[in-house]
Design a protein around this ligand. Structure first.
Ligand SMILES: Nc1ncnc2c1ncn2[C@@H]1O[C@H](COP(=O)(O)OP(=O)(O)O)[C@@H](O)[C@H]1O
Ligand SMILES: [Mg+2]
Length: 208
């Protein structure tokens, strides 16, 4: 979830869903973005001879939180790709979740721009005290450290932890998207694929 476009919501949602499926879970991906990028990704995949990894449903409706129990019932895990606006739809997606990941690029501007979604998550947490949330740094330039400016900007949101695994700026992510594939398929063993696996491990550890 992040109202800013281009931060990697769909990329991370699709890869998280695929990686969980790769670990033997039955996964549902709910596309809550009216621009339906995750559905487009799935349609591109369906048009190929690749096997289906998970089920995708389009649900850009502010009723996700009411329907989540029924929708999730046949699945082991549900991933929601969030909308690019702070609206009732975003609130509904948050209320349907156990964990909200907020992708941010490692720039102070991106971190500050996430203030709106952080506010929304904090508001939801009042009604849902068990709700967990964390920043996930995406598109980190490889072989650079997260600058002090970014660390300081993140520190402005003291109640929002940062997952200890970052996803790098890696061309494999952009290259895999077109054919409805993942980096685990187009670039197995790559740094991108390893980062996705490490992200899943970090999420599991975070939710313990
Ligand atoms: N870690 C990354 N490395 C390289 N390209 C990325 C990465 N994450 C996302 N992208 C690319 O950035 C663009 C926007 O990502 P996307 O997941 O669609 O963002 P959002 O869903 O937040 O709008 C896409 O072209 C995607 O392939
Ligand atoms: Mg998207």
């Amino acid at each position: 979830m992040n109202q800013k476009g281009g931060v990697g919501k769909t990329t991370l949602a699709v890869h998280t869903a695929a990686a969980l499926a790769g670990r033997g879970l039955k996964v549902l991906l709910i596309d809550a973005d009216p621009q339906h990028s995750a559905v487009d990704w799935t349609a591109a995949r369906d048009g190929s001879d690749l096997p289906s990894l998970f089920t995708t449903v389009a649900m850009p409706a502010a009723t996700i939180h009411k329907e989540i129990d029924r929708l999730a019932e046949p699945y082991d895990a549900v991933v929601i790709d969030g909308p690019p606006r702070v609206t009732d739809l975003a609130r509904s997606a948050i209320m349907a979740s156990d964990l909200v990941l907020i992708p941010v690029q490692p720039s102070p501007y991106d971190v500050w721009a996430s203030a709106e979604v952080v506010e929304l998550v904090r508001g939801a947490a009042i009604y849902k005290p068990a709700l967990r949330y964390a920043f996930t740094i995406n598109r980190k330039v490889v072989n650079t450290s997260i600058g002090r400016d970014v660390t300081e900007a993140l520190a402005e949101f003291k109640d929002v932890p940062v997952l200890p695994v970052s996803i790098g700026q890696r061309v494999a992510f952009a290259e895999s998207a077109g054919g409805g594939r993942t980096v685990m398929e187009t670039a197995p063993g790559s740094s991108a694929a390893k980062e996705v696996a490490a992200l899943i491990d970090a999420i599991e550890e975070f939710m313990k």
